[in-house]
Design a protein around this ligand. Structure first.
Ligand SMILES: [Zn+2]
Length: 474
């Protein structure tokens, strides 16, 4: 017997059916994430958490006992991949005491313990926002343990995590005098190699280097260590991820074999040498366009003692985070003196200029043919786990990329960055049944991802509102 559902009715609680042989989604326009043409009036067969067939209704036919879900007039895409997040950070300054340290208001040890105790808080935000896979590119050791439990869990996004990051800038600069979040050192070539070995031993799924531009007299030594780390990561079978926002250091990272640059180059326009290295290495470029303005909004909200607006169209941000953002007054007395009104206005004025360079570099990288991903840096102040992906995709669109290009970057390319392209990222038979149902056409405007009506993860279809922390009017 077929159980027939419509989007507003019984299909919303498919989970209640227990062991369903097959779910058959019919009638939507399917955008499969490969960049190929969309399938109008398409059909998708889901069985055992996987996609069994994706195509036309003629190509994919239901079995006698399939649960049939009618979704005419809607749009199906793969689940989104956020290629740069931090489970160890909260979306507010309590998770970044190097920004403003306020131990009496937000004891960092407590913030760190809370993050460790409840990664499900962000997992819910991700699914609620349509994100079904995330790459944690730096954080406490425990983040490296999230992957196994998340993989086939319909209540969690897939995770890959780099764990503690290697940096020449240590605890003093970060003011992280706690035992949970520790940097690994790169004080010499030997120390750098030991740091890679340590990551391998703890089960990290990548090696991340926080490669800040060093003082000029230390450059040569630092370059050598970067190259040594690259060789060691390759030997360990771990992808090398590098934070290198200066053009010079980004080139060193590419020479070291970086699998992904986790941010834009932001100090200078990229040049041909950089683009050649990027293409030669097949390195993934993660622009993270909006995280800088998130910091600006967070800090200026404290200077002006006015909460920053929260961009959360689907109710996906947890109440604790919202409460923190809405109380900038708690941090006012901890503001460093230099962060005064003058500073705030200058910083607000500078946001557009900074973004213009990031956009220019993004389009140059795109024109060169490099692999680009959608990546938010979620967990940083005002770059919220989950919904920040909408603003990031819209910023990519404003930079000049087309919605169809961005959809591929936010799905297939994200899976490639995670080296999981054989398991998810596109809607193809044999891959994980991770998909989104949208009310509006994302090929017209990526803002359509805000009109998410349903999320399927590992074959379990849920109404978006079931994943939300609060009801919203839309
Ligand atoms: Zn980051």
């Amino acid at each position: 017997m077929k159980i027939r559902c419509w989007m507003a009715a019984c299909c919303l609680s498919l989970t209640g059916y227990g062991a369903i042989a097959q779910t058959y989604l019919q009638g939507a326009t399917i955008i499969d994430g490969t960049g190929g043409p969309a399938i109008e009036d398409g059909a998708i067969i889901v069985a055992n958490g996987q996609l069994a067939c994706v195509g036309s209704r003629q190509q994919c036919r239901p079995l006698a006992d399939s649960v049939i879900v009618d979704i005419e007039g809607r749009f199906i895409t793969p689940g989104l991949v956020d290629a740069h997040v931090h489970f160890g950070q909260t979306g507010w300054l309590d998770g970044r005491p190097d920004g403003i340290s306020a131990p009496d208001v937000y004891p960092y040890q407590k913030t760190a313990n809370d993050a460790k105790a409840n990664p499900g808080r962000w997992q819910q935000s991700y699914l609620c926002s349509g994100i079904t896979a995330v790459f944690d590119v730096g954080g406490p050791f425990w983040t490296t343990q999230l992957r196994a439990a998340a993989d086939n869990n319909p209540k969690a996004a897939h995770v890959k995590a780099a764990g503690p990051l290697i940096s020449w800038a240590g605890r003093e600069q970060m003011q992280l005098n706690d035992e949970i979040y520790s940097f690994l050192p790169m004080g010499s070539v030997e120390e750098s190699l030991a740091s890679v070995s340590k990551l391998k031993a703890m089960g990290a799924q990548a090696v991340k280097v926080w490669f800040l531009a060093p003082p000029a007299d230390q450059r040569d030594g630092m370059d050598q260590r970067m190259l040594a780390i690259g060789a060691a990561a390759q030997q360990a079978g771990l992808p090398l991820l590098v934070h290198a926002t200066s053009l010079r250091e980004a080139k060193v990272a590419l020479r070291a074999g970086a699998h992904m640059l986790v941010h834009s180059v932001s100090d200078l326009p990229v040049d041909q040498e950089f683009l050649d290295l990027l293409i030669e290495n097949n390195t993934v470029y993660a622009p993270t366009l909006v995280v800088g303005s998130g910091w600006t909004r967070a800090l200026t909200s404290i200077v002006f003692n006015t909460p920053a607006p929260i961009d959360d169209p689907n109710g996906c941000v947890d109440q604790q985070t919202i409460d923190n953002i809405n109380q900038p007054n708690l941090l006012r007395e901890y503001l460093p003196d230099r962060l005064d009104n003058q500073w705030a206005y200058r910083r607000l004025e500078g946001v557009g200029h900074e973004l213009a360079l990031l956009e220019e570099n993004l389009m140059a990288v795109h024109a060169a043919g490099a692999t680009i991903v959608t990546a938010t840096d979620a967990g940083n102040p005002m770059t919220l786990h989950g919904p920040s992906i909408y603003a990031e995709m819209e910023a990519m669109q404003s930079a000049g990329l087309t919605p169809e290009q961005i959809i591929v970057m936010a799905t297939k390319n994200g899976a490639k960055a995670m080296q999981d392209q054989n398991r998810f990222g596109t809607l193809e038979a044999g891959k994980a049944a991770d998909l989104l149902v949208l009310r509006q056409d994302p090929r017209e405007d990526v803002a359509a991802f805000r009109t998410l009506s349903h999320v399927m993860r590992a074959g379990v279809l849920r109404k978006q509102s079931e994943l939300a922390y609060r009801a919203v009017n839309n």
